[in-house]
Design a protein around this ligand. Structure first.
Ligand SMILES: CSC[C@H]1O[C@@H](n2cnc3c(O)ncnc32)[C@H](O)[C@@H]1O
Ligand SMILES: [Zn+2]
Length: 427
């Protein structure tokens, strides 16, 4: 059967809105857009009174950190990681990661996210959940070598490279991999060099936290800035994407632009951990692809990309001291097309020949009335709970608010139990 998204208005890649139906072929691609006659082969999906948008792309996060939501708030990054998060993560096993990731998938699908990037551990269990949920993702094993002996560091690097090779193309091609050193200051130089060479050999991209706080700014203790250091080690490049990018010199912004490295802005996490004001307007003006990410649910504390768009627009203006900076259209682009481009994944736009990764946003709420400007509503007024349907790769994951691939009650119960037990083990 083909799928026919009927009666809605669609958000075009140039951000114009037009009345149109969307037919999705059996391969999961958008086959036709326009005033389409329903045939007996079409299974309808009602978009009347809704806006059909590209599915949102959450370009940086740690899905299973849903288990640590609300566990340790109101601290800066280093204290938060060292005192609370890392000791508890040390207690998480593969089944915990599956439970946390399943809860994240419920939250993402319900709020219209169809693709995400994930840096964490126990990646095979995460991949199984992505397959089950029907989502699309770019995943990698996060490597940290500080505080580890040589053998443990070596094992971590090898695991990241093995995972990148083994799982690329899993879940019918919806899962792609990347090599993911945690950050330039938490992975030693030798390991970074091995990871870069391994990524190049395997033809997969690199992803890492970058210049998030002042602790990042002297990665190898020589005084060399992280931008120059990362460039010298070949971490930067047009298939790499860097999370946060808060504390950047003009020279580093130019370097990111020249190398084609994308940056994922994580406004809620940056504000909550008081990491700083990212120079989003300057990055965009320099020609850097800027995507949007929630980071983990423990530093956000949700995975709703509508909240992220609103935060990005608001804090972008504050950072630039300019109310016209980071406008609505920019954050919608960051949450869709730029995210897909940064991750090297298909999707991010509603157009013929593109994979059908989309969300239908119900416009009937009082908070979305009147309809002067639907791009403005997406950025400033809509919420994840306004999403009526979510479709990924042509498969309906959420229909009329009901999850079709996962059982939310079971996902919540399991995550609740596993989170409680992990915290008890850690304390
Ligand atoms: C080694 S897997 C990924 C690792 O990153 C940690 N993490 C979560 N949020 C942040 C952040 O904002 N900056 C740096 N590191 C972060 C997560 O807890 C995992 O340990
Ligand atoms: Zn992160």
């Amino acid at each position: 059967m083909t799928l026919l998204v009927t009666g809605g208005r669609i958000l075009r890649p140039d951000h114009t809105v037009e009345r149109a139906d969307v037919r999705i072929d059996t391969d999961g691609d958008i086959d036709a857009i326009g005033d389409l006659e329903r045939t007996e082969r079409d299974q309808p999906l009602d978009a009347e009174g809704g806006l059909v948008t590209p599915g949102f792309v959450n370009a940086h996060g740690h899905a299973a950190m849903t288990l640590l939501r609300g566990y340790a708030d109101d601290k800066p990054l280093d204290a938060w990681l060292q005192e609370d998060i890392w000791p508890t993560e040390a207690e998480l096993g593969p089944e915990d990661i599956a439970a946390g990731a399943r809860l994240a998938a419920v939250e993402m699908i319900r709020s219209g996210t169809t693709a995400f990037a994930d840096m964490y551990f126990h990646v095979p269990e995460l991949v199984d959940v992505i397959d089950e949920a029907g989502l699309r993702a770019r995943v990698g094993h996060g490597v940290v070598t500080v505080g580890k002996d040589e053998a443990a560091a070596e094992a971590d690097v090898q695991e990241a490279l093995d995972i990148a090779a083994e799982y690329d193309g899993a879940a019918d091609g919806r899962v792609r991999t990347a090599v993911m050193p945690h950050a330039t200051h938490t992975v030693d130089t030798d390991s970074l060099e091995r990871l870069v060479a391994g990524a190049q050999e395997r033809g997969v991209p690199l992803h890492f936290h970058f210049n998030e706080t002042e602790s990042y700014l002297d990665p190898d203790g020589t005084g060399e800035r992280p931008g120059a250091y990362a460039d010298r080690l070949d971490l930067l490049g047009d298939s790499a994407w860097a999370a946060h990018g808060v504390h950047l010199t003009d020279e580093e912004i130019d370097r990111l632009a020249d190398t084609g490295t994308a940056v994922v802005h994580c406004p809620a996490s940056n504000m909550k951990l008081a990491s700083g004001l990212a120079p989003v307007e300057r990055l965009r003006e320099a020609g850097v692809t800027v995507a949007l990410g929630t980071d983990g649910a423990a530093s956000n504390n949700d995975l709703d990309m509508f909240g992220e768009m609103r935060d990005a627009a608001m804090v972008g203006k504050l950072a630039a001291d300019d109310a016209s900076a980071v406008p609505a259209s920019a954050v919608v682009e960051m949450a869709t097309q730029a995210g897909a481009d940064a991750l090297g994944l298909p999707g991010g736009k509603i157009a013929e020949g593109e994979p059908a990764d989309l969300a239908v946003v119900d416009l009937s709420g009082a908070h979305l009335t009147p309809e002067h400007d639907l791009v403005s509503h997406l950025a400033y007024a809509a919420r994840g709970s306004d999403v009526r349907h979510t479709v990924c790769d042509g498969k309906v994951l959420l229909r009329d608010g009901e999850l079709l691939t996962l059982d939310p009650a079971t996902a919540k119960r399991e995550a609740e139990e596993r989170a409680r037990e992990a915290v008890e083990r850690a304390s």
